[in-house]
Design a protein. Structure first.
Length: 257
């Protein structure tokens, strides 16, 4: 392909990390419905769930390739990137969705917990991008969508490390957008709010807490993983070809900046 070539509406490929459940699975299925072939990443213990997502995508007539890797491991990420390129020939879209949340107050937070959250949520996005960026640069085309969180903007008790990791993702994305923009590559962030996923339930186990979060939204409801798909698909598309370095809240109206 020549520099800045638009691959058109067919034959696109996407890599989605953390794709076995929740928001990642919804994004993977949603991109497949829009015609993307999808490389699906998660850790090996999520094999059953990830294979289920792959089966759903294949039923839509799109290719799906499960790729097992811990995004906090440089060696595993580089191997995953190589396998993705071998399987599909190219990756047009990267969706960095893999993330963990281990709640804990600052004064009792173990160093290893801080490191684990930062390694997956922030360093993981960096390493996945670094592994695939050369191929995007060579083709003069790429769409990078990093899943951050409204927690990276205003935070919540027992989530200092999580909030720090997501704020790092947003800052990293803004700088990367400036570096790769002239090469035909866009970089944007989506910040989900309170979404009904396994991880989101950390904030929702208590009915009083759930009702409190509902009352904070303009739409008076908790989000579903599918609510995040459209914004990601927009940033992945050529409709957003002149949109880069941006952060979009997908939270039902909790945060307005």
């Amino acid at each position: 392909m020549t520099a800045h070539e638009n691959p058109g509406s067919a034959g696109r490929t996407a890599l989605v990390t953390g794709a076995s459940r929740g928001i990642g699975a919804a994004i993977a299925r949603g991109l497949a419905k829009r015609g993307y072939d999808v490389a699906l990443n998660d850790i090996e213990r999520q094999e059953s769930d990830l294979e289920g997502v792959a089966k759903d995508i294949r039923a839509l007539g799109q290719r799906a390739e499960p790729l097992y890797a811990d995004v906090s491991s440089k060696i595993e990420v580089e191997t995953m990137a190589q396998k993705a390129l071998e399987a599909f020939g190219k990756i047009d879209v990267i969706v960095n969705n893999a993330g963990i949340l281990i709640a804990g107050e600052v004064d009792g937070l173990p160093e290893e917990t801080w490191d684990a959250v930062m390694d997956v949520n922030a360093k993981g996005a960096f390493m996945v991008i670094q592994a695939l960026l050369p191929s995007m640069k060579n083709r003069g085309y790429g769409r990078i969508v990093n899943i951050a969180s409204i927690g990276g903007k205003h935070g919540a008790p027992e989530q200092a490390h999580y909030s720090a990791s997501k704020a790092a993702v947003m800052g990293f994305s803004r700088v990367l957008a400036q570096e790769v923009g002239p090469l035909g590559i866009t970089v944007n962030c989506v910040c989900p709010g309170i979404i009904l996923t396994d991880m989101g339930r950390v904030n929702l186990d208590d009915p009083l807490v759930r009702d409190a979060w509902k009352s904070k939204t303009a739409m008076a409801r908790i989000g579903d993983p599918e609510d995040v798909v459209g914004p990601v698909a927009f940033f992945a598309s050529d409709d957003a070809g002149f949109v880069t370095g941006q952060t979009l809240n997908v939270d039902g109206g909790i945060v307005f900046s």
